[in-house]
Design a protein around this ligand. Structure first.
Ligand SMILES: Cc1cc2nc3c(=O)[nH]c(=O)nc-3n(C[C@H](O)[C@H](O)[C@H](O)COP(=O)(O)OP(=O)(O)OC[C@H]3O[C@@H](n4cnc5c(N)ncnc54)[C@H](O)[C@@H]3O)c2cc1C
Length: 449
């Protein structure tokens, strides 16, 4: 199986050096697969998609389900993201969505996105998962005066078309409710979503799935996928094998080429990086007029995303490098430290506590892909949340569970924007070069304001 980035990015034997690992719960002690097992539904991937599918299959439908995860449970993006439970999981503007899918389908998409946020909240309550929920919405900041009108327009569309309550703020007003910075020229608030501890959420959903009857195997990477004489799927790991009637692929950005031919050439994994600082003092917070627990994105194409953590450490995220090599990662970390200090000058000299990176998943479709393979209806998939999987991946997992257990619900639930696979990239081996070109283009656009 081939990878698009340096092998270090896929090294699931390594712990992720994240703030979340340092402040999170104990790992779920799921054993590796060491025997020959069988089940009705096998899931490959122990992030939000796979864990939510396992929980819903076992709890709501009594299905015999087993999950194989290459690292520890939550090792992938789900255990190391920014913890923004927000919307939308798409790289299309609202106008582009309406043009491509029509207004009714765009409304269904946004309704599903809000439902995904509600699902995260209700999983916390129903399964007794404490994931440090904080904030009462999501903020977007104009990084340049020319970008505020665009944000205001999108706030209007969100409330008028999709019933999502929004507010807009001038620079001075945003300083009162959010923060001040060298790249704050007003912003908007969406009154949906919140922030959470992503690893606590992943482990909590995993523990719930297991409590409800799903079997979870960690350190069990699928290295070969065959069909036996009876047509059952045979998933082989280094220690054992799992035979299943149906399979859910839930490997998202960490999918290797060659795992299943149906996915080859369709995914564009992209590195996202996060740094955190040591906890800030009251004086340091006041120096940037910091007032909010809500997660914040700015209006750059290559955006910065940031939030204040419960212990007042500051989390700052940005795009990553294009090779995955350690040295390139460290160069991006230094660039992020510099940019953090340029945007928030009062925090220029505050030391960093953690730096880590991971893969999000984009596609040419620019919206998520959830469904059943056309060429093999016993294989299901959910991926490409376009860096917005905290609400969307658990929702996709539940949708996949329903598709399997109640096939008649399939078409009723999935908005067109989420259904079906993306097209392949032409000359798929050139994807890293497409990414380089896209970054150059976006850098120029961001520089123009
Ligand atoms: C740095 C970063 C910041 C992010 N910030 C946010 C955010 O703030 N808000 C938001 O909404 N989204 C964010 N995202 C995206 C979000 O984390 C993902 O969309 C979401 O977690 C995807 O969940 P998943 O279960 O589909 O995939 P993952 O959580 O990536 O899980 C896939 C799993 O599959 C396993 N796997 C791969 N191949 C195999 C194999 N052959 N056999 C067995 N297992 C395998 C991997 O080990 C991995 O654990 C961020 C992502 C990153 C990397």
């Amino acid at each position: 199986m081939r990878t698009l980035y340096d092998p270090v990015i896929y090294d699931d034997t390594q712990a992720v050096p994240s703030y979340w690992e340092a402040t999170g719960p104990a790992r779920l002690d799921a054993p590796p697969l060491t025997t020959s097992e069988s089940c009705d539904v096998a899931i490959i991937g122990g992030g939000y998609t796979g864990l939510s599918a396992a929980l819903h299959l076992a709890r709501d439908h009594g299905v015999d389900v087993k999950l194989l995860e290459a690292g520890h449970i939550g090792w992938g993006a789900s255990g190391r993201n920014g913890g923004f439970c927000c919307l939308p999981a798409a790289k299309l503007s609202i106008a582009q969505m309406i043009k491509r899918y029509g207004l009714e389908e765009t409304k269904r998409f946004y309704a599903a996105q809000v439902d995904g946020i509600d699902l995260v909240r209700s999983l916390g309550a129903d399964e007794n998962i404490d994931f440090d929920l904080c904030g009462d919405g999501n903020l977007e900041v104009a990084h340049h005066p020319s970008r505020l009108a665009e944000l205001e327009e999108s706030a209007r569309a969100l409330s008028e078309l999709f019933g999502i309550k929004t507010e807009t703020f001038s620079r001075a007003a945003f300083t009162e409710i959010g923060h001040d910075s060298n790249e704050q020229f007003g912003g908007i608030k969406m009154h949906v979503g919140f922030a959470l501890h992503p690893l606590k959420f992943a482990i909590g959903v995993g523990a719930a799935a297991r409590r409800r009857g799903a079997a979870l195997y960690a350190h069990s990477r699928v290295v070969a996928w065959e069909r036996d004489a009876r047509g059952r799927h045979l998933l082989k790991t280094s220690g054992g094998e799992l035979s299943a009637k149906r399979v859910i692929i839930a490997t998202n950005g960490f999918t290797r080429e060659g795992m299943h031919p149906a996915l080859d050439g369709r995914l564009l994994p992209v590195l996202s990086n996060i740094v955190t600082t040591r906890p800030l003092s009251g004086e340091e917070l006041a120096a940037q007029s910091w007032h909010t627990d809500n997660p914040i994105c700015n209006s750059r194409e290559l955006l910065f995303y940031y939030r204040m953590l419960p212990d007042r450490s500051f989390l700052f995220g940005a795009r990553g490098d294009v090779t995955g090599r350690e040295a390139d990662g460290l160069r991006v970390r230094d660039w992020m430290k510099r940019r953090l200090g340029e945007v928030f000058p009062a925090w220029r000299d505050v030391p960093l506590s953690h730096f880590w990176r991971g893969l999000v998943c984009m596609t040419r479709k620019m919206t998520p892909s959830i469904g059943q393979l056309e060429e093999d209806s016993s294989v299901y998939y959910g991926y490409a949340y376009h860096a917005n999987g905290v609400n969307t991946a658990p929702w996709a997992g539940r949708a996949l569970a329903r598709m399997i257990a109640e096939p008649s619900h399939r078409d009723a639930e999935l908005p067109a924007m989420l259904a079906g696979p993306p097209p392949r990239f032409p000359f798929a081996g050139l994807r890293p070069w497409y990414l380089r070109a896209a970054y150059q283009f976006y850098r120029l656009r961001d520089a123009r304001g």
